[in-house]
Design a binder for this molecule. Structure first.
Ligand code: PLP
Ligand code: COI
Length: 363
C-alpha cells in the first residue's frame, strides 16, 4: 500500500532531540510523527499516512470508549555502533497483532502492512533512535472507531503507530527488582483474553500493580485464575526460574498468558547454549520452598520493555523471601548479555532475528 507522507511542519530541532534523548522516562517523550491506517467494512484497509503526531478527534460514542475493543504491540528499534538501526523480530509482533485482533473480533492488519508502517515511522523519525543502552520503543495499536453504542464488533478501526525513545524500564537502579504476588486478583481466566495483547487486560491488572507499588514492589506476579496456585506471569513481563541443575523453568503458553517474543527468544537461545528449558506449570508454593532450599537459584522477568531483569525479592500475603543473594545471578546475566548482544549487533544472529532498516541516514 502507498503511504502518503506529510512531514511535520515544525520538526524538533536536532539539539532539542539530543536533550530529550539524554535520560528519557519510559513512555513520556514522543517522536514527531505517527502512522495511521484506517479500516472500514466498506473500504477495507485504506488511507495509510505518515503525518505529524497529533491528537485524534473521536466521537463521544466511539466504540472503544465504551466496550474497549483495543489492542497494541510493543517493540524496539536499536541504534548500533556503526550508526545503523535494527529491529528485533518485528515479524513476530506483526503476527501477534493479528492474533490479538482475531481474539478481539477486530479487522486483521496484514503482516506486510504492519511491517511497512513500522519501517515508515522509524525511517522518518530515525534521529530519535538513541545510541548506547537506549532504544526507540515502538507502540503500534488499533481501536474500534465506529460511533455506535450497540454491542457488536465495530465496523471501523483506526491503526496507529507512535514511538518514544526510552532508557531502562525500571528506574530503581537496582540490579534486581522486587515483586508482589497477588493472592486476590487474577489477570486472565481460561477462555478469556490473556493471550491477546489488549488494553483491557492491563486495565484489569492495574489494581494489583497499585497494590504491588504500595507494598514497595516493582511488579505484580499473577497466579492462575482457577486454583490461585500456578505462577502465570507479571503485569507486563513473562517469568523464568533458574534451577540448581542449571535448567530453566517457565510457565507454559496455556492461553492465559501473553506469548512473549522475548520469552520465545530466550527459550531458543538457552536451548542452543545447551541449557534445558522446561515449559511446565510451577506452583507459587514450590517457588517459596525451592528458594529456601536453594533449588531455585535465580528468577528473572523478561519482555520488550523490561528486557531481562533479575527478580531479587518476592513479597506475598504470608511474608517474603529472597532469590539467591537478591541480586542478578550468573545465568540471568548470561542470557541478558546474549539477547541484548544480538539486538545490538554485538553477538552473532544465527536465526536472522534482526531486521536492518534499509535507509539509515546517519550511518
Ligand atoms: N507479558 C505481558 C503481560 C506483557 O505485557 C509483555 C510485554 O509485552 C510480555 C509478557 C512480554 O512480551 P514481549 O517479550 O513480546 O515483549
Ligand atoms: C512491552 O514490554 O512492550 C509491554 O507492553 C509491557 C509494558 C509494561 C510496557
Amino acid at each position: 500500500m502507498q503511504f502518503v507522507v506529510e512531514q511535520h511542519p515544525n520538526p524538533t530541532p536536532a539539539e532539542q532531540i539530543a536533550a530529550r534523548l539524554e535520560s528519557p522516562v519510559f513512555g513520556r517523550v514522543f517522536t514527531d510523527h505517527m502512522v495511521t491506517i484506517r479500516w472500514s467494512e466498506a473500504s477495507g484497509w485504506h488511507d495509510a499516512k505518515v503525518e505529524a503526531r497529533r491528537p485524534f478527534q473521536i466521537d463521544p460514542a466511539c466504540a472503544v470508549l465504551h466496550y474497549a475493543q483495543e489492542i497494541f504491540e510493543g517493540m524496539k528499534a536499536y541504534r548500533r555502533e556503526d550508526g545503523s538501526i535494527a529491529l528485533f523480530r518485528p515479524d513476530q509482533n506483526a503476527k501477534r497483532f493479528r492474533a490479538s485482533a482475531a481474539r478481539m473480533s477486530m479487522a486483521e492488519l496484514p503482516e506486510e502492512l504492519f511491517m511497512q508502517a513500522i519501517e515508515a515511522l522509524v525511517d522518518i523519525d530515525q534521529a530519535w533512535v538513541p545510541g548506547g543502552d537506549g532504544s526507540l520503543y515502538i507502540r503500534p495499536f488499533m481501536f474500534a472507531n465506529e460511533s455506535f453504542l450497540g454491542v457488536r464488533a465495530s465496523a471501523e478501526y483506526l491503526f496507529c503507530v507512535i514511538a518514544c525513545p526510552v532508557g531502562p524500564y525500571f528506574k530503581s537502579g537496582k540490579s534486581a527488582v522486587t515483586v508482589w504476588v497477588s493472592d486476590q486478583y487474577t489477570r486472565a481466566a481460561p477462555g478469556g483474553t490473556g493471550a491477546a495483547k489488549c488494553g483491557g487486560n492491563y486495565a484489569a491488572s492495574l489494581i494489583a500493580q497499585t497494590e504491588a507499588s504500595a507494598k514497595g514492589c516493582d511488579q505484580v506476579v499473577f497466579l492462575d485464575a482457577a486454583q490461585h496456585r500456578w505462577i502465570e506471569e507479571l503485569g507486563g513481563m513473562n517469568v523464568f526460574f533458574v534451577m540448581d541443575d542449571g535448567s530453566l523453568v517457565t510457565p507454559p503458553l496455556s492461553g492465559t498468558i501473553l506469548p512473549g517474543i522475548t520469552r520465545a527468544s530466550i527459550i531458543d537461545l538457552a536451548r542452543k547454549e545447551g541449557i534445558e528449558v522446561k515449559e511446565t506449570p510451577y506452583a507459587f508454593d514450590s517457588w517459596r520452598e525451592d528458594a529456601a532450599s536453594g533449588r531455585v537459584k535465580e528468577a528473572f522477568a523478561c519482555g520488550t520493555a523490561a528486557v531481562v531483569t533479575a527478580i531479587g525479592e518476592v513479597r506475598h500475603a504470608g511474608g517474603e523471601f529472597t532469590i539467591g543473594d537478591g541480586g542478578e545471578g550468573q545465568v540471568t546475566r548470561r542470557i541478558r548479555t546474549l539477547l541484548t548482544g544480538i539486538q545490538r549487533g554485538k553477538e552473532a544472529d544465527p536465526s536472522n532475528w534482526v531486521w536492518k532498516l534499509k535507509s539509515t541516514k546517519q550511518a
